[in-house]
Design a protein around this ligand. Structure first.
Ligand SMILES: Nc1ncnc2c1ncn2[C@@H]1O[C@H](COP(=O)(O)OP(=O)(O)OP(=O)(O)O)[C@@H](O)[C@H]1O
Ligand SMILES: [Mg+2]
Length: 234
């Protein structure tokens, strides 16, 4: 099975620090696989997501050693828009990802930026909104939607770029039970469509969908054995 996302011997140092936040990180996420990542607050999960998504080193500084490969290409050899066609990331707070006064403009923004032809953009917007169940929301203002609906718009705006890799960085944490259920069902759907999915989570209840789970602790990423009481005791 192919691995659209591979991390090879990754280490990251914040500017001016001589101790890495993490090191020796290796991971391959296969097509059609959901990998969960857990870890205490401050263990470096979001920073690892930034490395996976090219934000580090393409946008943010610090010192990254090792390699993140999207397909066969290192993120170092891609531009941020090119990364976005392969990998989409959804963050904890959808307000940080929504900029436009209309849902359809939000979802069209990514493909517009890549100069995708207008008719194709329209098809992609319709498809992405249909996937997340917001086809009736095209004209609505994203900022006036519920937290769960906003997160669905953020997901649709990532899906319109048709990435093969999706990363959710605690994307469920601000949602009510109904919102969580909808996103979890969509994650299963993405997996069944053959996407490679990474889910960073605090809440073990949300990781039933994961095929395996990794623990980021003390700068190391290791297989998590599923014994949540041990995690809680860390
Ligand atoms: N510019 C910086 N320089 C030094 N340390 C930093 C910098 N930015 C963040 N940190 C620290 O890096 C650590 C990892 O942060 P990160 O946000 O990746 O953790 P996290 O596991 O995602 O936490 P949470 O579960 O709270 O989201 C934290 O201890 C944070 O304080
Ligand atoms: Mg975080």
């Amino acid at each position: 099975m192919s691995a659209p996302l591979r991390i090879r011997d990754l280490a990251y140092f914040f500017c001016g620090q001589d101790r890495p936040l993490f090191s020796g990180v290796n991971l391959a996420v296969r097509a059609g696989e959901v990998v969960g990542i857990v870890g205490l607050s401050g263990s470096g999960k979001t920073t690892l997501c930034h490395c996976m998504s090219g934000i580090i080193p393409l946008i943010r500084g610090g010192d990254m050693h090792g390699e993140v490969l999207l397909g066969e290409t290192s993120t170092r050899d891609l531009t941020p828009p090119r990364v976005a066609t392969r990998l989409g990331i959804v963050f904890q707070n959808p307000d940080t990802q929504l900029f436009f006064p209309r849902v359809e403009d939000e979802v069209a923004f990514g493909p517009e930026n890549l100069c995708v032809p207008v008719e194709e953009i329209d098809r992609r917007v319709s498809r992405a909104l249909h996937t997340v169940g917001l086809q009736e929301f095209r004209e609505r203002n994203p900022h006036r939607l519920s937290g769960g609906e906003k997160q669905l718009v953020a997901l649709a705006s990532v899906l319109s770029l048709q990435p093969e890799i999706l990363i959710f960085d605690e994307a469920l944490s601000q949602l009510d039970a109904e919102g969580r259920k909808r996103i979890l069902a969509l994650i299963e759907q993405m997996r069944d469509q053959g996407k490679a999915v990474v889910m960073v989570e605090h809440n073990p209840d949300n990781l039933g969908v994961a095929d395996r789970t990794m623990l980021l602790h003390d700068g190391e990423l290791t297989r998590f054995d599923g014994e949540w009481h041990r995690f809680a005791a860390l």
